[in-house]
Design a binder for this molecule. Structure first.
Ligand SMILES: Cc1cc2nc3c(=O)[nH]c(=O)nc-3n(C[C@H](O)[C@H](O)[C@H](O)COP(=O)(O)O)c2cc1C
Length: 189
């Protein structure tokens, strides 16, 4: 496929099924991810693969974390939270370790580099025929979740990338015209 067409056709896929991307497909996707632009070459990104039984343990972690954030949360809500990671055969947690005092590469640029790596990851999985969905939500900003994943409190969770084979193709995206977002700057005389 034409590479630009490949980029344009990426959509979030909610119906993700087995088989998950195998080691070779994942290796290619991670290689694409770490090829993202990265000011000062700080390599802020980290990737945690959660697959198989570990998804249920991760579900327990996010449900326990929700209970700590909201002690009054109904049991059905906690149950639903614990099931979320089972919606895809494989989840990649993209995290960023941010260095606070790098001259020329402030924290926002390190976050952007990790976001660019995440997009590369999505596109490389899409290019290999797999579906993806980039998720965040309160769990991504929760210290309990970070600790449970072995991350430091100051690390950022850029996203939980759900991936797998495409069970059902996503609905077509609403039409979007690039012209609505692009103008040519004309300097004042
Ligand atoms: C930083 C970030 C966080 C996101 N978090 C969520 C999320 O928590 N839940 C969700 O359903 N989608 C999430 N998305 C995906 C967007 O909702 C999705 O990309 C958007 O609806 C456009 O759909 P498309 O991916 O099919 O183009 C997130 C995307 C980004 C970039």
């Amino acid at each position: 496929m034409d590479p630009i067409r490949m980029i344009e056709t990426r959509r979030s896929v909610s119906n993700l099924v087995e088989p998950a991307p195998g080691p070779e497909a994942l290796a290619r996707a991670f290689q694409a991810a770490v090829s993202a632009p990265d000011h000062k070459r700080l390599r802020p990104w980290r990737f945690l693969v959660i697959e198989g039984e570990a998804r249920a343990r991760f579900g327990q972690l996010v449900a326990d974390a929700l209970k700590q954030r909201e002690p009054g949360a109904p049991v059905e809500v906690l149950q639903k939270e614990s099931q979320k990671p089972l919606r895809a055969p494989l989840i990649i947690v993209v995290a960023a370790t941010i260095q606070p005092d790098v001259p020329g590469a402030p924290p926002v640029e390190q976050t952007l580099a990790a976001g660019a790596a995440t997009q590369n990851l999505l596109l490389a999985l899409h290019a290999q025929g797999y579906g993806t969905a980039w998720k965040t939500g309160p769990a991504a900003y929760c210290p309990v979740v970070k600790a449970g994943l072995g991350l430091k409190p100051d690390d950022q969770i850029i996203g939980f990338v759900y991936t797998g084979s495409i069970g059902a193709p996503p609905a077509a995206a609403p039409p979007l015209a690039h012209r609505d977002f692009v103008t040519r700057w004309t300097p004042a005389r």
